[in-house]
Structures are given as structure tokens and as C-alpha cells.
Write a protein of this length. Structure first.
Length: 153
């Protein structure tokens, strides 16, 4: 498990409408202006996040629950708190953190490898340029020698 994973990360449920994780609020101590952390329970016993709850309120005819297809009306939805949650999402979150950690490690290795390869390419480029200069010097010497010798007719 990633060392950056906290108990708070593990404590989440999934919104029935948008299927996104909703943080678990264990009591009513959330700041009054931070309604994004609110969790709601429908009459059909499914969870809504604050955004989906607000959308239900905007629609006058109600919305259908994506899990059970029952109609959801805002007046039948209540705000809920969870003392603790653990389940499939906890493993999913842990797995995601482990995958991200492995990807960061792989990326660091690839960057190091890329740096070594680029350094080696620069080194070979310098060697090629040096050999090109030597070859050009030899060609110039040969041309000078050929010009200084009389031609046999």
C-alpha cells in the first residue's frame, strides 16, 4: 500500500447517479459553506453526492435512480453520515495508489535511462565529429602531397 494512502482516502462510497466516489462524512462538523462533502440517501436506499442531489432538485419531474430505476424526488432524499465504511472501494483505492506509485517509479527509471542514452548519444556525436575532422585533415594532407608531386606523363 502506498505510504501516502490515509484512512480518509479509504473512507468513501459511490454515488448511484454519477458513479464517482463520495467522501464519507462521519458527523455534521463539515463547514457550512462546503456542501460538496454532503452525502444523501434516497428512498430506494442508494447514495447521492451533493452535485447529483442538486440536479434532482433542479428537475421538477424527478429523476430515475441509475441503480434501481426508481423515481427520486428531492423531498424524499435525506442527508446521511457514516461512522465508517470499508469495502470494495477501499481495495480499489489502495490498488490505484499502488499503481500510481509503481508508475512514478517506472517514470523515474525511464527518465534516468533516457538521460543516460542522451549522454551517450552526445558522447558518440563528439567522437564522430572528432573522427570526421581527422579524416578531413588526412584528405587535406593527401591532396597537398598530390599537388606537390610532379605528374608523370
Amino acid at each position: 500500500m502506498s505510504k501516502n494512502l490515509t484512512q480518509q482516502d479509504e473512507q468513501a462510497v459511490t454515488c448511484s447517479m454519477c458513479r464517482k466516489p463520495v467522501p464519507v462524512v462521519t458527523n455534521d462538523k463539515t463547514p457550512a459553506n462546503n456542501t460538496s462533502l454532503y452525502t444523501y440517501l434516497t428512498r430506494c436506499s442508494h447514495i447521492l453526492c451533493h452535485i447529483c442531489y442538486t440536479n434532482v432538485g433542479c428537475v421538477t419531474t424527478g429523476m430515475k435512480c441509475k441503480k434501481c430505476k426508481k423515481e427520486i424526488k428531492q423531498e424524499n432524499v435525506i442527508r446521511v453520515y457514516f461512522p465508517e465504511v470499508s469495502g470494495p472501494l477501499s481495495k480499489e483505492v489502495r490498488d490505484a495508489h499502488e499503481k500510481v506509485g509503481q508508475m512514478k517509479k517506472d517514470l523515474a527509471e525511464w527518465r534516468e535511462s533516457d538521460k543516460k542514452l542522451r549522454d551517450r548519444v552526445d558522447e558518440i556525436g563528439t567522437m564522430v565529429e572528432e573522427e570526421r575532422r581527422k579524416l578531413q585533415d588526412l584528405i587535406n594532407e593527401v591532396n597537398a602531397v598530390l599537388k606537390s608531386k610532379p605528374r608523370a606523363t
